[in-house]
Write a protein that binds this ligand. Structure first.
Ligand code: NAD
Ligand code: 13P
Length: 304
């Protein structure tokens, strides 16, 4: 039996929860190696310790997911090349701003035939047009890349509260099924759809609507206005997605990655939070300043 090895590239709030979900499953599934490697962008904590060492000693990401045990089979590694070299399945979950740089470092370091999965909600906007993060990964690393998006506020999943997610794939249903198997738990239900662009665009574009939802909250315009912003936002997401990729399916917007993620982000996401503070301060404090103060090292979901 060939044992599949999994590495998570990224260890922020969602990266840590993804590692926890996967690690609970690799222990149960006989076709996966128990150990899950997690690449950590090394940081020195205020006490002088290295984040990676603390994660491996305490089994907790004390900076980005404090109070939650990741599973003893999650091994943090600050060396990117070492973390990915044996992996058959690579989960990418860094803030989108860093992915181009990470991909450059990974060229030629990935095992032939490895499969990628992007959990990253964002896109690169270049002069020649927008580039989806899964496409960036695919093109730069020469691997197939599926996506997983959904109504998935990481801290809630960390506490094992129920949610759903959507895997988007382009060709190989059997690969999508393996990702579904790796992530599904009784509290995390994953469905695969054959529409990688649609799923990824849902996860990306809802972040813009969330800024508008935050403004509505900051200006105290009420629930009806916020619901209108969500409805109109969803329609615009659909129109914009189809403009970019005519193949995008209407049904994708009714999966977890679509309407459900839009709702949860407009209720509890970080773009909403920072945009609310921006509006409450009458625009006198910058988004950068509020990001620093309110998100504690996490990244606002905006173009770089
Ligand atoms: P985060 O916002 O917690 O990001 C912080 C991470 O960025 C840390 O691991 C930090 O070490 C790393 N970092 C900082 N500077 C870096 C650099 N120069 N190079 C590389 N890495 C650096 O991250 P997150 O919440 O895990 O989000 C990652 C992706 O997952 C995003 O695209 C987000 O949209 C998506 N997502 C997040 C959630 C959530 O609830 N947090 C849920 C679903 C999807
Ligand atoms: P924020 O990135 O807005 O915090 O929300 C996380 C998310 O993607 C919810 O699905």
């Amino acid at each position: 039996l060939v044992m599949t090895k999994v590495t998570v590239v990224g260890s922020g709030n969602w990266g840590s929860v993804a590692a926890k979900l996967i690690a609970s499953n690799t222990l149960l599934l006989t076709n996966f190696n128990d150990e899950v490697k997690m690449w950590v962008f090394e940081e020195t904590l205020p006490g002088g310790e290295k984040l990676t060492e603390v994660i491996n000693q305490t089994n907790e990401n004390v900076k980005y997911l404090p109070g939650i045990k990741l599973g003893k089979n999650v091994i943090a590694d600050p060396n990117l090349e070492n973390a990915v070299k044996d992996a058959d399945m690579l989960v990418f979950v860094s803030p989108h701003q860093f992915m181009e740089g990470i991909c450059k470092l990974l060229v030629g370091k990935i095992k032939a035939g490895a499969e990628g999965l992007s959990l990253i909600k964002g896109m690169e906007v270049k002069k020649e047009g927008p580039c989806m993060i899964s496409t960036l990964i695919s093109n730069q690393l020469g691997i197939n890349c599926s996506v997983l998006m959904g109504a998935n506020i990481a801290n809630e999943i960390a506490m094992e509260k129920f949610s759903e997610a959507t895997v988007g794939y382009s060709q190989h249903k059997e690969v999508a099924d393996k990702w579904v198997q790796l992530f599904t738990t009784p509290y995390f239900i994953v469905t695969a759809v054959n529409d990688v662009e649609g799923v990824e665009l849902c996860g990306t574009l809802k972040n813009i609507v969330a800024i508008a939802a935050g403004f509505v909250d900051g200006l105290e315009m009420g629930n009806n206005t916020k619901a209108a912003i969500m409805r109109l936002g969803l329609k615009e997401m659909m129109a914009f997605s189809k403009l970019l990729f005519p193949s995008v399916k209407d049904s994708t917007f009714f999966e977890s990655c679509g309407v459900a993620d839009l709702i949860t982000t407009c209720m509890g996401g970080r773009n909403r939070k920072v945009a609310e503070a921006y509006a409450r301060n009458g625009g006198k404090r910058s988004f950068e300043e509020l990001e620093e103060e309110l998100l504690k090292g996490q990244k606002l979901q905006v173009p770089k």
